[in-house]
Design a protein around this ligand. Structure first.
Ligand code: CA
Ligand code: CA
Ligand code: CA
Length: 455
């Protein structure tokens, strides 16, 4: 099959915020501002977790009446101070019209530039980010049914015009940050089964995201709510739910790293995470309760060959949702029994939703989720949730005591014309800690926050 080449012209799309909403302005390089930035602090014993609001106006203040959710984060692997966050920006909660907004940091997330909109004026959904080993940043999102990719070579300040990659919603992106034969490869996966469309929602670029090969089928039995990760040896792993949502599936490509070969999937199988993934329920009545996460075991040390999966799933019995984890030591062929990461009493009524995993190069596994346990303990039902954190330094066999890292917030507050707080959060780990982009309603609206978590 010939490789389809798509030409790209370079067009910069920096659009700055006005004092009220994110709107047009002439392109320029925004400067970080510390003045008036919104900081939410959670104290746990002697420790303080600082959440910094990212969707702010030019003065660094909250924008009343907007909504921001579905954030994704990327960190430059060569300089951890350099970060980008993108999210779904609704300039008004009275509308369903959403765009992709972007902000950058040069100081490890302490301060963020004034946000700008990407491809201003077009509806844009499910924005996701990844960083390459050479400091390039990649942003994938959907415009209608089209999954498109933007590239930035200046740390997320300006972006090239988007490249069409395939038809399919909820794209996920990952880049091979290693030094092997697949170094720099960019992989995009979308939902496999979409009504009336061919099942071609996987594509690879061996040309730094500038040119993509012809999209190919995501392996049967298909997957939804997916993520992808590249192992230390360049192996590509995909994970998601089965098309009917009742189970989970993992897929592996051992040859996607070779640029002169069409990628194939040499392992596709169902796995048991101890329950099914859930959407449109409980604290997020119009959205997913979390994506399905897969990660290689870091790039350094003895866990480099391991593979991990994690999701918020509905366990048997009354408990509505727990964060469950499984591990593989044979490149995804066999998997452990599920391990429950949240440490509140099993069988209760608490929702542990938006379970999100990232793995540091040294193999430490970081996990966060929204947790309603304290609201349930107080009033028996739910209501507010807090972001909780746990980590593992033994490949996920055992987990640290759970700690809350955010103040409580109500996920029913500040909905735009959709009954959800987005569909997921996103976290990137390094050897010293984790960088989380999440959405919450501390200011009585949906806003996007950054928090640095050091275990
Ligand atoms: Ca706001
Ligand atoms: Ca249950
Ligand atoms: Ca639970």
């Amino acid at each position: 099959m010939p490789i389809k080449l798509i030409a790209v012209t370079t067009v910069f799309v920096a659009v700055l915020a006005t004092s009220s909403v994110l709107a047009d302005a002439k392109p320029e390089t925004p400067e970080p501002s510390d003045a008036g930035r919104r900081v939410i602090e959670r104290k746990v014993g002697s420790r303080t977790f600082q959440s910094i609001q990212v969707n702010v106006n030019g003065e660094g203040n909250d924008i009343p009446g907007d909504a921001a959710n579905g954030p994704s984060i990327a960190v430059d692997p060569t300089d951890h101070r350099k970060m980008v966050i993108v999210w779904r920006q609704f300039n008004s909660i009275s509308s369903n019209f959403r765009q992709a907004a972007c902000a950058t940091s040069r100081d490890g997330g302490r301060t963020w530039t004034t946000p700008h909109l990407m491809a201003h004026g077009t509806i844009r959904d499910d924005p996701v980010l990844a960083a390459g080993a050479n400091s390039d940043f990649y942003h994938a999102s959907s415009s209608g049914l089209a999954a498109e990719l933007f590239k930035s070579t200046d740390g997320g300040v300006t972006w090239r015009a988007p490249v069409f990659v395939f038809c399919g919603p909820k794209p996920w992106i990952t880049v091979d940050q290693g030094k092997g034969i697949g170094a720099g490869n960019v992989y995009l996966i979308g939902e496999a089964q979409h009504e009336g469309r061919a099942n071609t929602s996987f594509a690879r670029s061996t040309r730094g995201g500038v040119l993509f090969g012809q999209p190919i089928a995501v392996p049967t039995p298909g997957m939804k709510w997916s993520t992808a990760d590249v192992g230390h040896d360049g192996t590509l792993y995909l994970a998601g739910t089965t098309p009917d949502g009742t189970g989970h599936v993992v897929a592996r490509s051992s040859d996607a790293k070779y640029r002169d070969q069409e990628p194939t999937f040499d392992l596709v199988q169902k796995v048991g995470l101890g329950g099914r993934s859930v959407d449109s329920a409980g604290p997020n009545p119009g959205g997913l309760l979390g994506r399905v996460w897969i990660a290689g075991g870091g790039s350094e040390g003895k866990r480099a060959g391991e593979v991990y999966m994690l999701a918020s799933v509905d366990p048997p019995g009354d408990d509505p949702l727990d964060v469950m984890f499984i591990r593989s030591t044979d490149r995804g062929k066999t998997w452990s029994k599920p391990v429950r990461v949240n440490d509140d009493p099993a069988g209760g009524k608490a929702w542990q939703w938006f379970g999100t995993m990232s793995v540091a190069p040294n193999g430490r596994i970081d996990v966060i989720w929204n947790d309603t346990r304290n609201a349930v303990a107080k009033n028996g039902e739910g209501g507010s949730c807090e972001v909780y954190y746990a980590s593992s330094t033994d490949g996920g066999v055992s987990w640290s005591k759970n700690i809350p890292i955010s103040l409580p917030f109500d996920s029913f507050v500040g909905w735009p014309n959709q009954n959800k707080l987005g569909d997921s959060y996103h976290m990137v780990s390094d050897n010293a800690g984790a960088n989380l982009a999440y959405a919450a309603t501390f200011n009585r609206g949906q806003d996007v926050y950054f928090v640095r978590i050091e275990p």
